[in-house]
Design a protein around this ligand. Structure first.
Ligand SMILES: [Zn+2]
Length: 293
């Protein structure tokens, strides 16, 4: 895929390569067709979480805005992939994970001849900062529950919760776009950020209305996007989680801190395998109805 970095405004291309068992999700950074770094998408490599998730190595090579692509990979249960990228930022595409999902669907996913390994959460892990918190609880699947609260009536309090599966991710989460406030734009531009942001890749929130002529793609698109971000940030654990995640007024920083807190406590998790159950259309329907709005 080719596109533009939302912060740099620079053109970038990304190639997703098949990868062997236990590769995990890894970025291969190139410059003028030469490999300059290989950076695993894990929480130890996180360098910055101010507006997006940035990972890097000790030589100062970084890749930013990785969360929507990681979310698509984790959301579709892709555990092993080499992500070749020729710039410092994953392209923003339409601000959601849907373009990545479409391309992965087009390429197809191959099941490898090995049991799928998970990080199984054994006891609650919580990180709290004021009114915001994120927590992981023991759970036999991957349940994600996200709540946000913004003072503007255009957003207000929103909460969604899903038992996550590729079907639920595809139908309920992948299309939710990133959003930003018009009142922040000038400040960000002065700081050299969000230079590539526009109405084709961001839901822009004005004083009393959404500025995008097409409006919203979902009711509660904002909190669904926060869930999309959380799925991507939790992918930095390095393996899929068997856990229930709950986030209240959180964001990239808190999501990463929860993963760090989990991995730092050796009594809080173990690596487990579970028998593979192939998802069926019936399961998709069931989840979609159960989630109903
Ligand atoms: Zn996002």
């Amino acid at each position: 895929m080719t596109g533009t970095g939302v912060h740099s405004g620079a053109p970038v291309s990304v190639i997703l390569h098949p990868a062997a068992i236990d590769t995990g999700l890894r970025f291969l950074v190139t410059k003028r067709n030469r490999i300059i770094a290989e950076i695993p998408a894990t929480v130890e490599h996180v360098k910055n979480l101010t507006l997006c998730t940035v990972i890097g190595n000790d030589d100062g090579v970084t890749v930013g805005t990785i969360e929507h692509l990681l979310s698509a990979l984790r959301g579709l249960a892709v555990d092993n992939c080499i992500i070749e990228i020729d710039s410092k930022e994953v392209p923003i595409m339409d601000g959601s994970a849907a373009p990545f999902v479409d391309l992965i669907d087009e390429a197809g996913i191959r099941e490898l001849q090995a049991p799928r390994r998970y990080i199984k959460v054994l006891k609650p892990v919580r990180v709290q900062e004021g009114e915001s918190y994120g927590e992981l609880l023991p759970h036999a699947g991957f349940h994600v529950d996200v709540e946000i609260d913004f003072p503007t009536p255009l957003i207000g309090n929103q909460r969604v919760a899903f038992e996550m599966s590729p079907g639920v991710f595809r139908h309920e989460i992948a299309k939710a776009r990133t959003f930003g406030f018009m009142s922040d734009v000038e400040r960000l531009w002065k700081a050299g950020l969000a230079l590539g942001a526009n109405l084709s890749n961001t839901v822009a929130i004005g004083d009393d209305k959404v500025m995008n002529p097409e409006g919203l793609r979902f009711p509660q698109e904002f909190v669904r996007h926060k869930m999309l971000d959380a799925v991507g940030d939790l992918a930095l654990a390095g393996k899929p989680l068997l856990a229930a995640f709950r986030s209240v007024k959180g964001g990239h920083r808190l999501n990463s801190l929860v993963v760090q807190a989990l991995l730092a406590d050796k009594d809080a998790w173990t690596v487990a395998t579970v028998p593979h159950v192939r998802e069926t259309k019936h399961v998709d329907m069931h989840f979609a109805v159960a989630a109903g709005e």
